[in-house]
Design a binder for this molecule. Structure first.
Ligand SMILES: C[S@@+](CC[C@H](N)C(=O)[O-])C[C@H]1O[C@@H](n2cnc3c(N)ncnc32)[C@H](O)[C@@H]1O
Length: 179
């Protein structure tokens, strides 16, 4: 009897764990984009074009495994912030950051739509077009004049007047906007 109860409890726990894991796996997809990291090979060129200056603040909205933020914080004298909805990816980003002894990178679990980006000098995004439609209004309202918005993979519709540069690729071009 006790063994049967124990087995039932174990099965319920395993199902619960799987459901939670599935939720977090799909959380990004549900909120604005699935987790697909920007290719490592693209990072140097994407960052070089920004001509980053000492003390600037760089945000990645939907920072995934923190790859871009870690790269930028390691190679440039800036403050880099990653905002990510998936707590597993935040834990991973913080862990790797610590192992790599990166001090100027901060990772925060949160919703990119509620994060204040008023102090950002650069905002990087790799999100679906439908998410960019919503995000455009927020960025135009909150960001200061001169902020650079980098959109990897998808264009911001209706922001053509701000487009200042582009990296052409067969798949996933990178677009640079200056507000
Ligand atoms: C395509 S991945 C890009 C990851 C990273 N920026 C990169 O380029 O390597 C998009 C990320 O955005 C996250 N995301 C989607 N919607 C979000 C939201 N509303 N708030 C915070 N993060 C979000 C997803 O969980 C996913 O990790």
């Amino acid at each position: 009897m006790i063994l049967t109860l124990f087995i039932i409890l174990a099965i319920l726990l395993a199902y619960g764990f799987l459901l939670v894991a599935l939720f977090y796996l799909l959380a990004g997809e549900f909120f604005g984009a699935p987790f697909v990291p920007t290719k490592r090979d693209y990072l140097p060129e994407i960052a070089r074009k920004l001509k980053l200056k000492k003390g600037q603040r760089v945000y990645d909205l939907g920072s995934g495994n923190g790859r871009i933020i870690r790269f930028i914080a390691k190679n440039y004298p800036v403050e880099a912030f990653g905002i990510e909805v998936n707590p597993g990816l935040i834990m991973y980003s913080r862990l790797i950051s610590r192992l790599e002894k990166i001090r100027s990178a901060t990772f925060k679990r949160g919703n990119l739509f509620t994060e204040d980006v008023g102090k950002a000098d650069v905002v990087f995004v790799f999100l679906l077009s439908k998410t960019l439609v919503k995000l455009k209004k927020k960025l135009l309202k909150e960001c200061k004049k001169g902020t650079i918005i980098v959109s990897h993979g998808f264009k911001f519709q209706g922001m053509e007047i701000y487009l200042v540069d582009k990296i052409e690729r067969k798949v996933f071009c990178t677009y640079y906007y200056r507000l």
